[in-house]
Design a binder for this molecule. Structure first.
Ligand code: TA6
Length: 332
């Protein structure tokens, strides 16, 4: 690619709009040196990244996140797709409602900043304790959860950079588990694999959630394969994962990458039977053929993955971007 930089290189925009009656969102765009436009849409509801796409100079648009056509956008339930923010509890591993309250809470938009040295733009959303969180999680838990979603064009491919910053602003410690429950599009689940970019999954410890919600520590097993293929329902919490994860879509000849600071990652595809059950609400029976979740997370094998003493902070970053497939990965 020539190192010519397009005339709009680094151009960044933000727009506040309503995606559903009474539901606001921020739309961010930035233009990379090659003239590709990155776009992300983040709802105030759940600080939910509803979409992330890139449109190349020829106008070809590629979605890098997936949402079901049956998603509910009125705030009555979590949006089925994009990136639900899971906090302070992953799944039903604890006393709270499944996946905790963050993804169905209304977050405040703190601000939008152009990040000039990174040639990008970012929006920060904030959730703090409230009457609702005190009632479910405990009045003694005081926190500030700052969630920043940015687009960076300082190199090609451009990428989405998400920073999660959870501060314990109370006087007593609290523990939590969390995940960014990202839904990725695939052209065909049967020709999709999930693996580390430059490291195998073989030898990783994981918890197979299909064995039931018992004692996680007793459920830990060892991965025997280099990469995950999908021939049945998969619902696994991988521990201490590689720092570069990939969803390799052989049919589309692309890989969607995640560079992660999180320790763990959940890989999930509901397959046929669970899809039929989910189709009673906000999912299509054949959606499982077109998506896979790879959810960077802090879950661990026992208790709380993260415990913050008064005044302590938990920072985690993940970067998401698309690459074309080289021959070595196409053969995985
Ligand atoms: O992350 C995988 C998982 O825990 C699955 O077990 C499945 O329940 C999925 O999350 C979706 O959960 P939801 O509450 O959004 O239907």
């Amino acid at each position: 690619m020539s190192d010519q930089k397009g005339p709009k290189f680094g151009k960044a925009t933000s727009e506040l709009y309503e995606y559903h009656k009474g539901q606001k969102a921020v739309r961010l765009t930035v233009t990379t040196a090659s003239g590709t436009i990155l776009c992300a849409e983040i709802a105030h509801f759940g600080a939910h990244v509803m979409s992330f796409s890139e449109t190349d100079p020829s106008g070809k648009k590629t979605d890098l996140l997936w949402t079901t056509s049956k998603a509910v956008f009125d705030g009555s339930r979590a949006i089925r797709g994009g990136i639900p923010v899971i906090f302070p509890q992953f799944n039903q591993w604890g006393p709270l409602g499944s996946h905790g309250f963050a993804r169905t809470s209304m977050w405040a938009l703190v601000g939008v900043e152009t990040d000039l040295e990174g040639l990008g733009i970012k929006a920060t959303f904030r959730l703090t304790e409230s009457k609702a969180t005190s009632e479910t999680w405990g009045a003694e838990k005081k926190f500030i959860f700052d969630y920043t979603v940015g687009l960076k064009a300082d190199k090609d491919p451009g990428r989405m950079v998400i920073d999660s910053k959870i501060s314990n602003t109370g006087s007593s410690e609290f523990g939590f588990t969390m995940a960014l429950h990202s839904y990725f599009p695939v052209q065909d689940i049967n020709s999709t694999i999930v693996s580390g970019f430059d490291s195998s999954f073989k030898g990783l410890k994981f918890i197979d959630s299909l064995q039931g919600l018992k004692d996680r520590a007793a459920m830990v097993v060892t991965e025997t394969k280099d990469a995950i293929h999908f021939k049945e329902e998969v619902d696994r919490i991988y521990l201490n994962v590689p720092k570069k994860l990939q969803v390799v879509d052989k049919k589309a000849n692309i890989a969607i990458m995640q560079e992660t600071e999180f320790n763990d990652a959940i890989v999930w595809n509901p397959w046929v039977a669970k899809s039929k059950r989910m189709a009673k609400k906000d999912y299509n029976e054949d959606d499982y053929k077109k998506m896979v979740c790879v959810e960077v997370a802090e879950v661990g094998a026992t208790g709380f993955a993260v415990v913050l003493k008064a005044g302590e902070i938990c920072n985690r970053r993940v970067s998401i971007y698309k690459t074309e497939l080289d021959s070595s990965r196409a053969s995985l």
